[in-house]
Design a protein around this ligand. Structure first.
Ligand SMILES: Cc1cc2nc3c(=O)[nH]c(=O)nc-3n(C[C@H](O)[C@H](O)[C@H](O)COP(=O)(O)OP(=O)(O)OC[C@H]3O[C@@H](n4cnc5c(N)ncnc54)[C@H](O)[C@@H]3O)c2cc1C
Length: 324
């Protein structure tokens, strides 16, 4: 298919930059709108699923990512209260801060000719909509995300600690830092006056894990978080969280953002219809979104601790990746 003359992208996060790179590869003129002038720290676990390597290779940005010397993780440890399940990952996962990753992708897109405009914009027909998660009112007990980097002895695994209605991920990133990132409901955060340091102390295994670490930045927080597919205007190519926000414990959000961004940029540049693009994306994401929803319900009901011994981590990991 011939490339269309120009592609407008809203959002310069992972999905938006992936779309820009992919549309540029098809020869389209690309303009990316984002009110943020530069990459910044974001609330994110910074755990990149192993398949991200091939995604970045396809976008022509893997060598830039490798040059940041990301941390590698070979196994996952999941703590349910006192119970711990350990599994080897099928391939090493990657720990890289969003500051670095977003920066290198913006840089790669700009170097390859995408034009960046530091403005918020409104969706227009044919644009790639990569504006991130839905914001606004969330029903019930609102969920908030938080993260900070710590210095101190780094681990070589991704660790997930499930507590009563909250969970926190701990994993290494570049330069020897450890990212600590989690999710908790407002009702719980109120009881500890929104002190994330106090939250770490609520889980004995987590308290022990973080004792030798020193916080290297202020806590960042975001929310309320709203899961699932977003309703978007017709005639656009939604990508990343703007298509659907998957639960962070899957560690698949960034992979999905890069993959759907790449698909959206290609579809917009080659004139594929938004409907055909939407069906192709749903074909890949239907299963992980469904599995994540079931697990989220189990966690909210406090059933995760009972189910944990029966669900192998490898199986869980595989079921929450996009279908090929
Ligand atoms: C607590 C938490 C932990 C997570 N941990 C992980 C993890 O460990 N691993 C993982 O893979 N995923 C994780 N995720 C998910 C991951 O962060 C997201 O899936 C990913 O950031 C989605 O990228 P995106 O490009 O779609 O959106 P974003 O990164 O949110 O980018 C959207 C961009 O759009 C811009 N924008 C918004 N509105 C407009 C507008 N009108 N015009 C122009 N620009 C606009 C914004 O400024 C922003 O730069 C986590 C998420 C949370 C909340």
């Amino acid at each position: 298919m011939a490339a269309s003359n120009s592609v407008i992208v809203l959002g310069a996060g992972l999905a938006g930059c992936a779309a820009a790179l992919s549309a540029r590869a098809q020869g389209a003129a690309v303009t990316v709108y984002d009110p943020a002038r530069a990459a910044r720290h974001r609330v994110c676990g910074e755990f990149l699923s192993p398949e991200v390597r091939s995604s970045l290779e396809q976008l022509g940005a893997w060598s830039e990512a490798e040059a940041c010397r990301p941390a590698l993780m070979h196994s996952m440890r999941v703590y349910f209260g006192r119970r711990v399940c350990t599994d080897r990952l099928p391939e090493p996962a990657i720990g890289l801060s969003r500051l670095r990753l977003d920066h290198l992708l913006r840089d790669a897109a700009a170097t390859r000719g995408a034009r960046f405009v530091a403005e918020r914009s409104q969706p227009s027909p044919g644009c790639v909509l990569a504006t991130g998660r839905q914001t606004g009112v969330a029903p019930g007990d609102r969920l908030f995300g938080f993260k900070a980097h710590f210095s101190g002895p780094p681990g070589d695994a991704v660790e997930l600690y499930f507590g009563d209605r909250f969970y926190i991920g701990v994993n290494p990133v570049e330069d020897g830092f450890t990212n600590v990132c989690g999710l908790a409901p407002e009702s719980l955060l109120r009881t500890i006056h929104f002190s994330y340091d106090a939250l770490l102390a609520l889980n004995p295994a987590l308290a022990e894990r973080t004792r030798p670490l020193t916080r290297a930045m202020h806590w960042l927080s975001t929310g309320p978080l709203v899961y699932g597919r977003r309703r978007q205007p017709r005639g656009v190519y939604p990508a990343g969280d703007a298509f659907s926000f998957i639960d962070p414990f899957t560690g698949a959000g960034m992979l999905n953002a890069l993959e759907t961004g790449r698909m959206a940029g290609w579809a917009a540049a080659t004139g594929q219809t938004p409907e055909a693009y939407g069906s192709a994306v749903m074909g890949r994401l239907r299963r992980p979104l469904l599995v994540a929803q079931v697990l989220r319900t189990a966690i909210a009901m406090g059933a995760a601790t009972h189910l944990a011994p029966w669900i192998p981590g490898r199986w869980l990991f595989a079921l929450t990746r996009p279908s090929a």
